[in-house]
Design a protein around this ligand. Structure first.
Ligand code: NDP
Length: 419
């Protein structure tokens, strides 16, 4: 057995993410595919006590899943753990593995004063990269340790134009990245740890390494808030969803629950009535946070019911790992009841990934404010696109559109700087 072992399944974006990180570090690992292998599945459960993949071992240490692996990498413990297990990088470009840089970048590329640095690599960031690269700006895209954004953890994408049969989220992002790379985008597959926008050129750090740029495009996206339940995490993509417009279609004529009491929850619940036989909104209080107009719309919809003062205690799954119901606690009486359903949509808000920029740019509810019909932020030379500045649409296609706008805005702004 190799020093590093990953138990995985055939359709598992988190498994792919874990593999990507280890491959980037040039670490060889043994992959145990449990998809159709009951003995290995039992072995994994016996070793870990978990019913979710991936499960990763480094030597005798059980690391956990993909997020645990990335957390160890961020804290700097992963390399030490690999070294202790005798599994330090064995092949690949050691320098690139250590820094997450694209190995094929031309000499001196990273050290130059860039025209544009793009932070983030979802649909907005990669579209900005394609447009900036085609404008010969030779962008540097710092794509994040978990590159590709929310689409990399989405299954079927049926609403992205141009794919009549739909496409898997990770595959779409893979194609997108290849397209950006084809037009000479440099990538660093690590997280930005610090920025300084107080003077130009702007400065961006990845750990100790500093990069300088005349303009910045922020496309760090947003992260859907989860309830923090293990069962919710385990069944994500198997009946638990964070996106009604993406996944609602799969629950035609079924009973669906929505958690949340804000505008997003009302919007999702209302949207889901197009497909569902009934939508039941679970809210932790007895009045909604949503705006009056959204509330009224939901109350008027005969397909929507409400469960007040309630919280999901557990998402129940079948042996095949599909949602079969919920355990719901009434927060006033503490009584727990079981409810049958096939779909649970969690709509308890999104958190835009803007912590890095706090105090530097004008924001509202954590979202970066951009000027009307533009991607210009409150700071000249800094542009924002995609979910990090979008409180309304938050779709891949709208993010891509705003990524295009950001690249064009940056290009024009740079041109004006020269004249
Ligand atoms: P909000 O923060 O407004 O609402 C989140 C909701 O989820 C609240 O009802 C909150 O409960 C509940 N909640 C939070 N955490 C938990 C938890 N752990 N367990 C259970 N429930 C939880 O987020 P939204 O995404 O709804 O809205 C974000 C912003 O975007 C708002 O400004 C909204 O107006 C805007 N928006 C506008 C839309 C439109 O105009 N078309 C559409 C969607 C969003 P509690 O109320 O008790 O805090």
């Amino acid at each position: 057995m190799s020093d590093v072992v990953i138990y995985s399944k055939d359709w598992c974006p988190y498994c792919d993410r874990a593999k990507e990180l280890l491959e980037r570090k040039g670490v060889t690992f043994e992959l145990i595919d449990i998809t159709a292998d009951r003995a290995h599945e039992d072995e994994m459960i016996q070793r870990t006590g978990r019913y979710t993949v991936p499960q990763i071992f480094i030597g005798n240490t059980h690391v956990g899943g993909s997020d645990d692996l990335y957390a160890l990498d961020r804290s700097g413990e992963l390399d030490a753990l690999l070294a202790a297990a005798g599994a330090a990088p064995g092949n690949g470009d050691a320098e690139a593995a250590a820094t997450g840089e694209t190995a094929s970048l031309e000499a001196g590329f990273l050290e130059r004063l860039h025209d544009v640095i793009i932070i983030g690599s979802g649909p907005a960031g990669l579209t900005a990269a394609i447009y900036a690269a085609r404008a010969d700006l030779k962008p540097l895209c710092i794509e994040g340790a978990q590159a590709g954004g929310q689409l990399t953890i989405t299954t079927d994408v049926d609403n992205y134009p141009g794919f009549p049969e739909g496409i898997m989220g990770p595959e779409l992002m893979d194609q997108w990245r290849k397209q950006a790379a084809r037009f000479e985008t440099g990538f660093i597959t690590q997280d930005v740890t610090k920025v300084d926008f107080s003077q130009r050129p702007f400065r961006v750090w990845v750990g100790e390494k500093e990069y300088r740029s005349r303009s910045i495009i922020i496309s760090t996206g947003a992260t859907a808030r989860s309830m923090g339940l293990d069962s919710e995490k385990k069944l994500l993509g198997h009946g638990v969803s964070m996106c009604a417009t993406c996944d609602g279609f799969f629950f035609r004529d079924q009973v669906i629950y929505v958690v949340g009491g804000g505008d997003t929850a009302m919007e999702e619940a209302t949207f889901l009535t197009r497909f569902a036989s009934k939508v039941i909104v679970i809210h932790r209080r007895d009045n909604l946070r949503a705006s009056r107009i959204m509330q009224d719309k939901a109350f008027a919809n005969p397909k929507i019911e409400f469960l007040w003062d309630s919280a999901v205690e557990e998402v129940l799954g079948t042996e095949e790992n599909k949602v079969r119901g919920l355990k719901i606690r009434n927060l006033k009486t503490d009584v727990i009841t079981e409810h049958e359903c096939t779909g649970l949509f969690v709509a308890i808000g999104h958190k835009p990934n803007t912590d890095l920029f706090t105090g530097m740019l004008t924001m509202e509810h954590g979202y970066i404010i951009t000027e009307k019909d533009s991607t210009r932020t409150s700071l000249e030379g800094v542009f924002a696109c995609g979910d990090v500045q979008d409180t309304i649409y938050r779709q891949a296609v709208t993010a891509a559109g705003s990524g295009c706008m950001a690249a064009m805005d940056a290009e024009r702004w740079l041109e004006n700087q020269e004249s």
